[in-house]
Design a protein around this ligand. Structure first.
Ligand SMILES: Cc1ncc(COP(=O)(O)O)c(C=O)c1O
Length: 323
């Protein structure tokens, strides 16, 4: 175990974030499905962040970070780079605070996400689809606007905001013994793991990751940040490497990273649409696929498991089962 003091957020910071975003963010429902319970051989609690503002958990972190800005800094606006959901989240948070937002988005980002960002009044700045291009373009926009950079996951206020969902899960379903969280840059799972393990040290926290983007799994094994090598998983929210702030939390507090194949992601997405009538996006299906996997079903030692349905922004013109 690493030093908890070296982690980017605390239970207190997450509680403060919850108080700050209350009234702005939705308290999302926890759904159940006997069909999926039977398939997973376990009681499942689905934290439905698809019903969060902007259709993803990202609004929690963005709203917390924007709320924390002093008036003078806030007035200059905010900047970020994101493949989509954080972009929408920051755009809406900025709009609610009445400040400008500039969003650097890679070419080819889902059209639904780009339209939503523009609909919230933010300015989209296009760049190539590499981390270097995103970061250098965002740095240029920050230099030009003197706005504040709010990164998608490697930021204490963003991490604290994402952790608020764990407070809600454990308050409503205190019998939860494990939480499965899709992992991209690790902001969501960092906040969730810090809050959940502080409130209930016995809880297991599992990351769910596409096998095609297995950087978190490799990073945990090697003990240092291993960059993502491919960006072709269908789970477009999970194509990112861990960050300097999120890696230590994943190293210390995440019990295990569960890898999921692309076919299982598509099957889980379709299953949740058909059986639960909930329109999840591929990144959310990664968590569902993880708990339905035979190896997870066979695990003993814990029962009721929360699965975060982290987002529902799907490009309906490009459904995976339509080829
Ligand atoms: C729907 C969805 N799920 C999961 C993630 C991954 O979150 P994090 O980067 O905090 O691990 C993202 C990030 O964009 C997302 O949009």
């Amino acid at each position: 175990m690493g030093d908890v003091a070296s982690h980017p957020a605390s239970l207190e910071a997450i509680r403060a974030a919850a108080a700050r975003i209350a009234g702005h963010a939705h308290r999302t429902p926890i759904l159940t499905s006997e069909t999926l319970d039977a398939m997973a051989a376990r009681r499942l609690f689905f934290k439905a962040e698809v019903f969060q503002k902007v259709g993803a958990f990202k609004f929690r972190g963005a709203m917390n970070a924007v709320s924390r800005l002093a008036d003078e800094a806030a007035a200059r606006g905010v900047v970020t780079h994101s493949s989509g959901n954080h972009a929408q989240a920051l755009a809406l948070a900025a709009k609610l605070r009445g400040i400008p937002a500039w969003i650097v988005m890679p070419k080819g980002a889902p059209a639904i996400k780009r339209r939503a960002v523009e609909g919230y009044g933010a300015t989209v700045v296009e760049c190539e689809n590499t981390l270097e291009a995103r970061e250098s373009t965002a740095a240029r926009v920050v230099a030009e606007t003197v706005g504040t950079l709010i990164p998608p996951f490697d930021h204490p206020d963003v991490i604290a905001g994402q952790g608020t969902m764990a407070l809600e899960i454990l308050e409503e379903r205190p019998e939860t013994e494990a939480i499965v969280v899709p992992i991209g840059g690790g902001g969501m799972i960092s906040g969730v793991a810090i809050a959940a393990k502080a409130l209930k040290p016995s809880i297991r926290v599992f990351a769910a990751e596409p096998a095609l983007a297995d950087d978190a799994s490799r990073s945990k094994a090697s003990g240092r940040i291993e960059p993502v090598e491919r960006i072709d998983t269908i789970a477009d929210g999970l194509r990112t490497s861990l960050g300097e702030l999120t890696f230590p939390v994943v190293r210390d507090l995440v019990d295990e990273v569960l890898l999921v194949e692309e076919g299982a992601i598509v099957a889980a997405m379709r299953l949740v649409w058909e059986r639960m009538k909930v329109l999840i996006e591929p990144s959310a299906a990664v968590g569902v696929a993880a708990v339905l996997d035979a190896s997870f079903k066979a695990r003993r030692g814990f029962g009721p498991t929360a699965v975060v349905l982290c987002g529902g922004n799907v490009d309906l013109d490009r459904l995976p089962w339509q080829g």
